[in-house]
Write a new protein. Structure first.
Length: 146
């Protein structure tokens, strides 16, 4: 396999499966009697243990104040997003299939930021990317109205 294929498998397909199963678990967890604080703390503790184990295995402990700040901002954004999803599932009896279809339109936000801020427009086929964006948008609207 080429590096491109491996990156798509390891960074795309496997996370898609894991996030898909994880989203289903979100619905199951939020149907249980659990507060949103303990819910986030449980996820955080699990992420901490996984990170510690990976750091021991990989032995790369590079860290700076700058990347620490980026991590903190990412953590806050991710946590707030998870709480919003949990509230929608728990308090408003949201349907995971509909909610996931909408929040996974975050792809469009990431693509735009990648194109503009990270200058990825130099290395992509704009026509295909635009077609994909249209299909993602259509899919999100259809699923949300299912």
């Amino acid at each position: 396999m080429t590096d491109k294929h491996l990156s798509l498998l390891i960074g795309g397909f496997i996370p898609a499966v894991l996030f898909g199963v994880g989203a289903t678990l979100q619905k199951v967890i939020n149907k249980e009697a659990i507060g949103l604080g303990p819910y986030l703390m449980g996820i955080g503790a699990t992420i901490f243990v996984c990170g510690a184990l990976y750091a021991l295995w990989d032995r790369d402990l590079a860290f700076t104040a700058r990347n620490g700040a980026y991590i903190a901002v990412f953590g806050v954004m991710w946590s707030v997003a998870m709480v919003c999803i949990a509230i929608a599932l728990k308090r408003y009896n949201g349907q995971i299939g509909q909610i996931v279809s909408i929040y996974n339109m975050n792809t469009l936000i990431s693509v735009v930021i990648g194109l503009v801020v990270l200058s990825e427009w130099k290395n992509v086929n704009s026509v295909r990317l635009l077609a994909a964006a249209v299909l993602i948008s259509i899919g999100g609207v259809i699923a949300a109205n299912a």
